[in-house]
Ligand binder design. Structure first.
Ligand SMILES: Cc1cc2nc3c(=O)[nH]c(=O)nc-3n(C[C@H](O)[C@H](O)[C@H](O)COP(=O)(O)O)c2cc1C
Length: 268
């Protein structure tokens, strides 16, 4: 049978992939060294210059990420101009102050460190790509609720896709010896409006996060991670892991600021 444009069957192999042997500890251990040692810092050595080849290696990792419908709905802007970095940092510092005034009680980090990042990449997406995922093509009063439900999921597919690509970039940076910082405090409409003109971003494009990397200004540390039994179950969901709203509120009140800013050994 001749393949048509609508043929959904898998193609025969064109470009083969080289997989390690099943169960290869060597490649797992190499990967885990990077995964385990990828840590966030919020201030960098501002004098360091990231070689051009490192940007290429990092973005090459982002390019290979999986995505819903293979739509690859991402775009990365490498920011080099220190004045623009400073202006973005200033915006975030103002946002930090706003949050304090608005009494959000979120332990907002010190965003002045943004301007110190030698690696500064703004992660964008065109949200119209949700159309590439399963959504109703025409809305009518009859399907409005279904449409809302599918669109909500389509937005999640898009965000997960961009996050997958961003994570590949973060791991690539960590594998090159850099510390990283993932900043999402950017999604609000007013932040979008402030950011777009600085980087020539069209109105159709949204800024989803900023990816910063570089050598750390201070000794980095490993943050607390949940235990395996807290995050995974076998066979069926472990009911002990379904917290009550009060337990979540308590966690946010008592632990959140510690796990965000302290070394794993200084949590309890
Ligand atoms: C989706 C996502 C959003 C984040 N947003 C922010 C942010 O807006 N500001 C910030 O300072 N850190 C942000 N972080 C970094 C987290 O605070 C950090 O990853 C977490 O505390 C765990 O520390 P670790 O990265 O060292 O393991 C974000 C991380 C992720 C994955």
């Amino acid at each position: 049978m001749k393949a048509s444009d609508n043929d959904n069957s898998e193609e025969p192999i064109g470009q083969a992939v080289e997989l390690p042997e099943i169960g290869s500890r060597e490649s797992y251990d190499t990967l885990m060294e990077v995964v385990r040692n990828r840590v966030t810092v919020r201030k960098f050595d501002a004098d360091f210059i990231v070689p051009e080849s490192h940007f290429e290696l990092i973005l090459e990792a982002a390019r290979h990420a999986p995505s819903g419908a293979n739509a690859q709905p991402w775009h990365f802007i490498v920011v080099e101009d220190s004045e623009i970095k400073q202006r973005i940092a200033d915006y975030f510092v103002a946002e930090q102050r706003f949050r304090a005034k608005a009494k959000m009680k979120f332990p907002t980090p010190d965003y002045r460190g943004l301007a110190t990042a030698p690696g500064f990449i703004v992660v964008c997406s065109d949200l119209r790509w949700v159309e590439a995922f399963p959504v109703m093509k025409e809305e009518s009063p009859d399907n409005a609720e279904l449409n809302r439900m599918y669109r909500e999921n389509a937005e999640r597919i898009l965000i997960q896709s961009v996050a997958a690509s961003t994570m590949c970039a973060h791991l690539a940076a960590a594998s090159l010896g850099y510390c990283v910082w993932w900043v999402t405090a950017i999604g609000q409409e007013n932040a979008q409006k402030a950011m777009r003109p600085l980087l020539g971003i069209p109105d159709e494009i949204s800024v989803l996060d900023i990816f910063l990397f570089g050598p750390p200004a201070q000794e980095p540390y490993k943050r607390w991670k949940k235990s395996m039994s807290e995050i995974a179950s076998r066979g069926e969901f472990d009911p002990a892991q379904c917290l009550t709203r009060d337990e979540i509120t308590e966690w946010i009140k008592k632990r959140r600021h510690k796990v965000m800013f302290r070394d794993a050994s200084r949590i309890d």
